[in-house]
Design a protein around this ligand. Structure first.
Ligand code: 2HG
Ligand code: ZN
Length: 445
């Protein structure tokens, strides 16, 4: 498209045959052919893109590494994809300030490794951590197993650099946890999925790297017992750094069709627990823990070295990819219910007859309910099943998305099921911050 000729500080892709990869992410959705894909290399490109978007009435869709699960980076009608993979910048760690600065383009694995090289820890660990870009994790407020103890991406962001609708880059926040000069506009941008502006970099909070891990593979004799465990552990003063699980249905799928190591998985249902506190490898800690886990366990396994720990995690890490390869048109959700309502939730799923397999982050109630047959299900029926699922989670004090976000995938349900005041407020903010609606149009609200 001629509109992109002579765009400064940028690489432009506009040949339709090169645009196909930008029509998808890791959701089940597909985008519309964009006008072009622009890879900005500096602020002049962004300034000019914003100017032309306003003047010519097209939208701008942000993209990181395309690993999102809700279609947030997919192009909608008359949009240009702004792909931040070539955005410049270095990762700079400051041990004195317990933080690091990184551009949106930095691979999350490099961010985590840079912290680790200085004996520090950046906890957010979405399943895509080896392939996703930092910018995407900020825009979607990514979660992961460690959120159980450490919270979400937003809890680790001190400052945000962002492109706003004036076409300029602005920084919100400082390199300290104490910054209280008014409400945090940086936090407003985290998890906003590019609705209010585009994040180009951030200053992230770090913490000392854990030095010891106790990792357990916990098969249970009775599935229902597992559902009580997150609450019981917390009640007894144990806070796992991860508490992952597989329900009987997903376990059956893995055993029947998964790779070799998955075929040997024991138990009616299965959990992976990890503790990273100082002292968590001591006999006293383990004895106390085993008192709690012993009665529900069926051949508990404790990893005694890094290789065994890796082995336990490998099965969990490959689950999402395995299911997607086997059921390419599956729909995967990420509802949340409070730990104390897990049993009621699964009873509800059974009553509603929602055909799903479930795994995920039991420790914080963030459950990946996967409808494997979605591609072959009548769309009206599928819609009803999903609305039932979301309504059930909400009725138990939960929400329809714990970590993947709304994007396109959950937009209708989000609009239908949210408190009207919430939607009104988001729309008012959108109107104030992006009156011409150039940023990620057609998403979320
Ligand atoms: C995970 O925890 C990811 O594995 C993906 O959030 C979940 O694909 C899924 O259902
Ligand atoms: Zn997850």
């Amino acid at each position: 498209m001629d509109a992109f000729k002579g765009l400064p500080e940028a690489r432009v892709i506009s040949d339709p045959s090169d645009l196909a990869p930008f029509l998808q992410d890791e959701s089940h959705l597909r985008g519309i052919l964009p006008l072009a894909v622009v890879k900005p290399h500096g602020p002049a490109a962004l300034r000019e893109l914003v100017r032309r978007a306003k003047a010519e009435g097209f939208g701008l869709v942000p993209r990181g590494a395309g690993t999102g699960k809700a279609g947030g980076c997919l192009p909608t009608e008359r949009t240009v994809v702004v792909d931040f993979s070539e955005w410049p910048g270095e990762i700079q760690v400051s041990p004195q300030d317990l933080c690091l600065r990184a551009p949106a383009s930095a691979p999350l694995r490099d961010v985590k490794a840079a912290a680790e090289a200085r004996g520090l820890f950046y906890p957010p660990d979405p399943n895509s951590w080896e392939s996703c870009a930092l910018g995407g994790t900020l825009a979607t407020n990514a979660g992961g197993p460690n959120a159980c103890k450490y919270g979400m991406t937003r809890h680790w962001v001190l400052a945000v650099d962002a492109l706003l609708e004036d076409g300029e880059l602005h920084t919100f926040g400082i390199s300290s946890v104490k910054a209280n000069a008014g409400p945090s506009l940086g936090q407003l941008l985290i998890g906003s999925e590019g609705l209010f502006g585009f994040i180009t970099g951030a200053t992230l909070r770090l913490t000392p790297l854990p030095r010891e891990y106790t990792t357990l593979l916990l098969p249970v004799k009775r599935w229902e017992d597992l559902l009580e465990l997150p609450g019981r552990l917390c009640g007894a003063g144990y806070l796992p750094s991860a508490f992952e699980f597989f329900d009987p249905a997903v376990l059956a799928e893995l055993r029947a069709h998964g790779p070799e190591e998955a075929r040997r998985l024991p138990g009616e249902a299965l959990a992976i627990l990890e503790f990273d506190d100082r002292g968590s490898t001591s006999d006293a800690f383990l004895e106390g823990l085993l008192d709690l886990l012993g009665p529900v366990a069926d051949q508990l396994e404790v990893a005694s070295d890094a290789r065994q720990r890796q082995g336990i995690w490998a099965v969990r890490r490959m689950t999402s990819v395995f299911l997607k390869e086997r059921h390419p048109r599956k729909v995967s959700e990420d509802i949340v219910v409070p730990r104390s309502r897990l049993r009621e939730f699964f009873a509800g799923v059974g009553r509603l007859d929602i055909p799903a397999v479930t795994y995920g982050h039991l420790g914080d109630g963030n459950l990946h309910v996967n409808l494997l047959a979605a591609g072959e299900t009548d769309p009206a029926l599928l819609d009803r099943q999903l609305m039932d699922l979301f309504s059930l989670a909400i009725s138990l004090g939960g929400t329809l998305s714990g970590e993947h976000g709304i994007g396109l995938a959950k937009r209708d349900a989000f609009l239908a099921l949210s408190d009207p005041g919430h939607i009104r407020t988001l729309r008012a903010l959108k109107q104030a911050l992006d009156p011409q609606g150039i940023f990620n149009p057609g998403k979320m609200v």
